[in-house]
Design a protein around this ligand. Sequence first.
Ligand code: ATR
Length: 281
Amino acid sequence: MPDRYAVVGHPISHSKSPAIHAAFAAQTGQDMIYEALLAPLDGFAATVGQFRAEGGRGMNITVPFKEEAWRLADRLTERASLARAVNTLSFNAGEVQGDNTDGAGLVRDLETLGCRLATARVLLLGAGGAARGVVAPLLESGVSRLFVANRTSSRAEQFLEDFADMLVYCMPGVLAAGGWQDAAAAPYDIVINATSASLTDETPPLPDGLYAPGSLAYDMVYGRGLTAFLKQARAQGATTLADGLGMLVEQAAEAFELWRGVRPDTAPVRDMLRAATPPLA
Ligand code: ATR
């Protein structure tokens, strides 16, 4: 019997994870299957429990269950603990281990895009789960200064408290209309949109002068072509535009390696998905 894995979310039919993991498994000769599971909004724990009882070995977790998965895990990696969000569960020896591979996926993709993280000034937009997941891996990768901007002050202040001993400069309320007057830290080498604004094709209101020469604008969403954030970045002088497709493939590779002990080659899988995705032009 092949080992079983799955991605669980609500909705789930759009997920590219089954195709990505099938490609990794074929490439590395792993005997496994990877399914997509729709969990009812009030039935995440039951879905995980049933999959585990049926012999499942691991799961990826997507919207809206990452925080619930963080609560459900018996043991957390440090990066998952800091993120307060889990995207990868492993079922080993009667224990549920929770990890978060999103940040490592982002860092790898940024490196693939040619970013020199050690000297980069990075602006992270948003202070929700997506932003929390990438803070520690970005700092571990050597990012020299990480600035975080959020619309709602209370959420930004909580964020600052949680990451207080890290090198994070937080700008509460900055993404609210007219909030930028005190944010003098620009320009940035990398601006990452970790807000959920792109899901409704909105963008946080950003001022001119954010983008340094040669800078990158990175939207964590994928499959939406040129989002409002990326259009704004292009108009404001960002040199390179990227969506989250590479991060998606890299976070999957990180989970795959965790489960199977072998690192897949992400480039052909990214190219395969890119060919079927709206262009960023
Ligand atoms: P996720 O898990 O995707 O991060 P989340 O935890 O609900 O989702 O967080 C959403 C983030 O996007 C928040 O930082 C939110 O800002 P607020 O704290 O002010 O709510 C941000 N966000 C969503 N829509 C936005 C918009 N139109 N402009 C600016 N920020 C937005």
